[in-house]
Design a binder for this molecule. Structure first.
Ligand SMILES: [Fe+2]
Ligand SMILES: [Fe+2]
Length: 480
């Protein structure tokens, strides 16, 4: 067997030679029942017996790694899959630049690496927990299937991190793997580790915004970890990224289809003013200003995931060669960053301004900048759909100082353009920028399930093409 093919013989599909690695195999087999219990308790509610048309990885070859078939979710073959090794791979950045990539954990970086794995690992089950109630209001079988695909793959991402913890971190790795099954999104006593993963995902618009904005943070973190000098982590993240692309596809096309449907309904009713919320809502579709508010919310919550703009943790992880920059391998500086500077947006004397900061300390800021660029490409595609429909409205990313809880701007209020607001002004204007109770109630009123083949809830357009090129009437989920 080569490292592209996946061994499906045992309990845990893998391409890491688990059959010959008795200690780790046993550790994972011991962890497995707890995982299945977690999935049954916290995974998609009400659909565990349904047959879902899912893709499963049968290879890690970039061209063609997936096989589609009906499967009951608890029977999904969650496995441990690493991208093929790069021969002779060298550490590409930091103080060990140019040395051979590590196949084992370097002792001096053990604690730092474990923390990186646990933080990444914690986000994976968290999003499954956040999304567990969505099935019962799915706008179509197509969307229901996509939700479940995202959920099982987040489950697999948890497996990916747990494998690294079990294989390379002995007893403390086992304890961390256990703790990953114990924390719960939104639980007041044992919450998930990061803020955005303790928020609710109450409706399908939130789900699409979450997969667009927050799974994209996932992509950025995985891209940075894929550069790691710790080779098993790099290979793990490289394969996770191929799955992550689908999650962002679900988010981007989900919002696109909502926009499409709204624009069509407005045109049919002869409504040209996108801000005439009441008239648009009467058509049973989501008005564009409400989409803007939801984007504001999810964008700002996700920016908090990048942590403090200036961070010694990020500097240390880079210096150690554990976590690189976005597409480190395509950058053309010295990859050590012991000298240069990077402009960081800071609050100085009550004004938001760029301050040149030692580049090594500014890595969170830099990754966040790359993230914002990546987001704006997707938002541009949404706006193209609005423009093609002849409606004068543009969705904009709010200023990075808007609605923040972590970093430079946590202590202030700013509007969507980055102008500072007093507490009183913020309280007065908040509902202009963020969804109000009324907005939430309206969206909730639309969330009626549509489980008939080939049909879609009236607030969202059908997709252009089916999953796995299936025709429109395909039964993506056989509900049991
Ligand atoms: Fe993930
Ligand atoms: Fe994801």
């Amino acid at each position: 067997m080569n490292s592209v093919d996946v061994d499906y013989d045992g309990l845990i599909p893998n391409n890491v030679g688990l059959g010959a690695d008795v200690r780790v195999k046993h550790a994972l087999e011991k962890w497995h029942p707890g995982y299945i219990n977690w999935w049954k308790d916290m995974g998609p509610e009400g659909f565990q017996e349904s047959l879902v048309y899912l893709r499963t990885a049968v290879s890690v070859d970039p061209k063609g790694w997936a096989k589609f078939d009906y499967v009951r979710m608890p029977d999904y073959r969650w496995g441990v899959l690493l991208a093929p090794p790069v021969e002779n791979r060298k550490i590409a950045f930091g103080s060990h630049k140019g040395e051979d990539a590590w196949q084992d954990v370097p002792g001096e970086y053990r604690a730092m690496l474990r923390r990186l794995l646990v933080i990444q690992g914690d986000t994976e089950p968290a999003s499954v927990e956040q999304q567990r109630h969505l099935g019962k209001t799915a706008p179509s079988l197509y969307d229901l299937r996509n939700l479940f695909q995202v959920n099982v793959e987040e489950g697999r991402h948890l497996w990916a991190m747990v494998y690294l913890l079990q294989k390379y971190f002995g007893t403390d790795g086992r304890e961390e793997a256990e703790a990953l099954l114990q924390r719960r999104s939104g639980d007041p006593d044992t919450p998930r580790m990061l803020g955005a993963f303790n928020e609710k995902t109450p409706d399908w618009l939130s789900f699409f915004m979450f997969t667009f904005f927050t799974d994209r943070d996932g992509k950025m973190q995985l891209e940075a970890l894929a550069q790691s000098g710790f080779d098993p982590l790099s290979r793990t993240c490289r394969f996770m990224l191929t799955e992550e692309a689908h999650h962002m596809f679900v988010g981007e096309t989900g919002v696109t289809r909502i926009i499409q449907r709204t624009c069509e309904a407005m045109k049919a009713a002869g409504i040209s003013d996108p801000n005439d919320k009441q008239a648009v809502r009467k058509l049973g579709v989501i008005d564009l200003p409400t989409l803007q508010k939801k984007a504001n919310l999810h964008f700002s919550l996700t920016l908090d995931l990048f942590g403090n703009e200036i961070s010694t943790n990020a500097a240390n992880a880079f210096h150690a060669g554990l976590k690189g920059r976005f597409r480190e391998d395509r950058l053309t500086d010295d990859h050590r960053l012991e000298h240069g500077t990077y402009p960081v947006l800071r609050l100085v004397d009550g004004r938001i301004q760029n301050v040149d900061t030692p580049a090594l300390s500014a890595l969170n800021m830099r990754l966040r900048d790359d993230y914002v660029t990546d987001c704006s490409v997707g938002v541009g595609r949404w706006n193209k759909v609005i423009a093609q429909n002849g409606i004068a409205f543009e969705i904009k990313l709010p200023h990075v100082a808007f609605h923040r809880h972590i970093g430079e701007f946590a202590g202030i209020h700013a509007d969507d353009k980055g102008s500072l607001l007093s507490d009183a002004e913020w309280t007065k204007k908040r509902a202009d920028f963020l969804p109000s109770d009324g907005d939430r109630e309206f969206i909730e009123s639309l969330m009626q399930p549509q489980f008939e083949k080939a049909k879609f809830a009236p607030w969202i357009a059908p997709p252009r093409v089916g999953i796995d090129n299936k025709p429109g009437e395909f039964e993506y989920v056989k509900i049991a």
